[in-house]
Design a protein around this ligand. Structure first.
Ligand SMILES: Cc1cc2nc3c(=O)[nH]c(=O)nc-3n(C[C@H](O)[C@H](O)[C@H](O)COP(=O)(O)OP(=O)(O)OC[C@H]3O[C@@H](n4cnc5c(N)ncnc54)[C@H](O)[C@@H]3O)c2cc1C
Length: 373
């Protein structure tokens, strides 16, 4: 049986990015992914420009994506503020983005197995990765890129799995030709907020995050949209005018924003597996891709070394991960707390309305600088 240089568990943005980066550096990579491509995912689909140059070096063209440079924000009552985004971003569906990374990885001869992984055993400096059907594959290094919540988190006994998480995500695409291309809108409602932006198909993505407390009295998403989401006048007019494209919205439950470890059982954790930033920051995808870059660069050094030092690899990864993301996650937590307190968010709104520079500074705090390749 051949031992791979790296096994990657999870073929979302983080896993696919690492697979391409490592293969471009001549390493043999095996990716396990539970779902065939292409597929839709619950996500706001606004990608910060900070990772565009890096994706280009991986051979990913984003020319079909929509350029976005303006943020509109509204409170539950519909008070708004509009500002230029300091760095800007693009609108692209996860259906298209993940699929373009997947096809690039296939071209580079990355091996894919469409099966879930249920356990990883690290013995004698080798990873033994076991799939749902009981097959075992081995590797010198392993990346955990299995997203927000996975059976792997349970297997690793990660502490956030013991805490009940009260967040729910809902997403669907709509037709609304008049929606401006250059805009990402963030609209508040009681117990949550929703983002609107265009994707490469011309469809408008509407994705929201809400807590169960707000959702629980509604009988399903349609009722919740009418009863709670539509209290915000912008969202009410969107839901009245827009034509749904999906048969049913997609939803995910138990979204956790608890702290996680960047290294578990000697695996380097990338993307949401290492920590999820609050979606209002619009930066989770960029962080997933950036963390995969950091892990891949360290793995290339480790795999090419005549005397690889695993301890050093793990310490370096933890330090670099913290340096790149810890502050952003902290600011994201504070902003979400503020946003979901109706009175406080109205006061904050009045303050930032007088100083758009302050709002831009806050946005900068949740984003990185463009990644130097
Ligand atoms: C409501 C909401 C809105 C958001 N909006 C935005 C936004 O507008 N902009 C932004 O930048 N970010 C946004 N995010 C965050 C963004 O979606 C994530 O940060 C990003 O998807 C992380 O990518 P990932 O590769 O870590 O995980 P994922 O894309 O979730 O990929 C993980 C993959 O692992 C696979 N997997 C899981 N377990 C196993 C297993 N045991 N074996 C094999 N495969 C497995 C899954 O099938 C999945 O494909 C949002 C998040 C939420 C919840």
């Amino acid at each position: 049986m051949k031992t791979y240089d790296t096994i990657i568990i999870g073929g979302g943005l983080a896993g696919l990015t690492a697979a391409i980066h490592l293969t471009q550096n001549n390493h043999r990579v095996l990716v396990f992914e539970k779902q065939e491509y292409p597929h839709h995912k619950v996500c706001g689909e606004y990608v910060s420009n900070e990772i565009v140059p890096y994706l280009n070096t991986l051979g990913i063209s984003l020319s079909d994506a929509v350029a976005i440079d303006t943020l509109q924000f509204s409170t539950v009552q519909g008070n708004t503020i509009t500002t230029k985004l300091p760095l800007g971003g693009i609108g692209i569906s996860r259906y298209a983005l993940d699929f373009s990374l997947y096809t690039r990885a296939l071209k580079l001869d990355v091996t894919f197995i469409f099966e879930g992984v249920n356990s990883v055993d690290f013995t004698n400096n080798i990873f033994h990765v076991k799939t749902d059907s009981g097959r075992v594959f081995t590797s010198k290094t392993t990346i955990g890129a299995f997203g927000k919540r996975s059976n792997m988190d349970k297997h690793l006994n990660r502490s956030f799995m013991n805490k009940k998480s009260s967040w729910l995500g809902v997403k669907a695409h709509y037709q609304l030709p008049d929606f401006p291309e250059h805009l990402v809108a963030l609209h508040n409602f009681k117990g949550g907020y929703g983002g609107l932006s265009k994707t490469e198909t011309g469809a408008v993505n509407f994705c929201y995050l809400t807590n169960y407390k707000s959702f629980k009295d509604s009988k399903g998403i349609t009722n919740f949209n009418a009863r709670v989401v539509s209290e915000n006048p912008f969202l009410r007019s969107f839901l009245e005018d827009a034509i749904p494209i999906f048969d049913q919205p997609l939803s995910i439950a138990q979204i956790s924003f608890e702290k996680k470890e960047a290294v578990e059982n000697h695996m380097l954790m990338c993307g949401d597996s290492a920590g999820l930033i609050h979606p209002l920051c619009g930066n989770g995808m960029a962080m997933a891709i950036h963390s995969a870059k950091i892990a891949s660069e360290l793995l290339v050094v480790y795999l090419n070394s005549p005397t690889p030092n695993r301890k050093l690899l793990e310490v370096d990864y933890k330090n670099k991960w913290n340096k790149a993301f810890k502050h952003r996650l902290w600011i994201g937590r504070k902003l979400q707390w503020l946003l979901l307190h109706n009175n406080l968010s109205n006061i904050a709104m009045k303050i930032v309305a007088k100083s758009p520079k302050l709002l831009q500074l806050l946005i900068k705090q949740t984003h990185g600088k463009p990644i130097v390749c």
